[in-house]
Ligand binder design. Structure first.
Ligand code: FES
Ligand SMILES: [Fe+2]
Length: 398
């Protein structure tokens, strides 16, 4: 079923059920999500250029674990559990830093950037201690799109299949995302949103545009087809973006020209269009002709999620901005408003998830039916029985 054909009534019920309210409020369910989803899948944690030289490190939290991502001397960027092999104290206590070695502040066990134990009081009198075995416990690391992705599982799922495969399904061929050259873009702006809502409400919101006409006046001005509530990114099996309005000159808060150079390798059918995909469980990728917006979500509790949003531009654009010769604020402001509008809706939804009136859940209208694919995936990851088989559908966005 293609969402563009929804003028006709569907056979059967127009409404599909959502998970029950406690899926969004139960700390036990959230704990299972941490172990079965976030601690087993690939997570996009930070931009690789946030660690520009050996010695730079930054912490991140994935599921219940804290990790240190480090630019090493000999092995590029690596990541470790932030747990001292001696008696378990946090090795790094600041959020980020630059050091020649990583030293635990309790008994001064000291680790090379590559993770091995290199020094400790009286270590020479304990020659049997294996420096690798008592090093920092490593985490699987990949780099893609200029970001560091990590997986905490002992046996990580295949990155090509799970991450690139997801992009292939949602975006069309992986090459079409390659046209944007995301790995070579630079950070023009980043914003952190501390959202008082369950992470699934944020994903569900991102996947549908039934709400666009109500809460996104600026976005629907730029992309008028969103005002119809249809967020299809696939049509007749082929990927298509969402078109800018005829009068629109740029993906900016007022639809005027951005003044920003287009990304040089985008295809003609990627011009004047917006594409959006979700890479489960925590990344949203949005592309427009002159910049890319990437969201990384970090669930903190059943009712709180931190969202990091990056606006990425060509390096020369960022240089001009830094020199005060170019202003990208009109471009940034559009999706910043979209984010604020979306997250406010999610925050006003979260308290109702524990209401008696929502105990058995809510409903998905036809233009939201594809969200049931996400729900089916979620039931499956948690080993729960989905109430109904998944509907097929289309993609979306904002
Ligand atoms: S706990 Fe880290 S050195 Fe003792
Ligand atoms: Fe939205």
């Amino acid at each position: 079923m293609i969402i563009d054909h929804l003028e006709e009534p569907l056979p059967g019920s127009s409404l599909l059920p959502t998970p029950s309210g406690d899926a969004y409020t139960d700390p036990e369910i959230f704990g299972t999500e941490q172990t079965e989803i976030f601690e087993k899948m690939w997570n996009c944690v930070l931009r690789a250029d946030a660690l520009p030289a050996p010695g730079h490190w930054q912490k991140a939290t994935i599921g219940r674990e804290e990790i240190i991502v480090v630019h090493t001397r000999k092995a590029g960027i690596q990541a470790y559990f932030n747990v001292c092999a001696h008696r378990g104290m946090r090795v790094c206590t600041a959020e980020s830093g630059k050091n020649k070695t990583l030293q635990c502040g309790y008994h001064a066990w000291t680790y090379a950037l590559e993770g091995d134990l290199v020094a400790a009081p009286n270590l020479t009198s304990m020659p049997d201690v294996d420096r690798k075995e008592y090093g920092l416990k490593p985490v699987h690391v990949r780099q893609w799109l200029g970001y560091v992705w990590v997986c905490l599982a002992e046996e990580p799922p295949d990155f090509e299949q799970e991450v690139l495969g997801e992009v292939r399904t949602r975006f069309g061929e992986v090459e079409s995302i390659d046209n944007y050259g995301i790995e070579n873009l630079k950070l023009g702006e980043t914003k952190t949103y501390d959202v008082a809502a369950n992470w699934k409400l944020i994903i569900e919101n991102f996947m549908e545009c039934y709400h666009c006409a109500t809460i996104h006046p600026e976005l629907t001005e730029v992309i008028p087809e969103f005002a119809d509530g249809l967020a299809s990114q696939r049509k007749n099996g082929e990927v298509h973006g969402s078109n800018f309005g005829e009068e629109i000159q740029g993906f900016t808060v007022d639809g005027t020209a951005s003044g920003v150079a287009e990304l040089p390798a985008i295809a003609p059918d990627q011009d004047r269009k917006y594409f959006a995909i979700t890479v489960k469980p925590q990344v949203f990728i949005n592309t427009v002709p002159d910049h890319v917006i990437i969201h990384r979500t970090f669930p903190v509790s059943e009712s709180r999620t931190v969202v990091e949003c990056d606006w990425l531009f060509l390096p020369e654009v960022v240089e001009h901005v830094q020199a005060g010769e170019l202003d990208i604020s009109k471009s940034v402001e559009l999706f910043h408003r979209v984010n604020q509008q979306d997250f406010q809706a999610c925050e006003l939804t979260q308290p109702s998830m524990s209401s008696a009136a929502y105990a058995s859940g809510g409903a998905l209208v036809p233009s939201e039916h594809h969200i049931q694919e996400f729900h089916s995936w979620w039931y499956q990851r948690l080993g729960l029985q989905a109430p109904l088989p998944a509907a097929s559908g289309s993609e979306k966005v904002a």
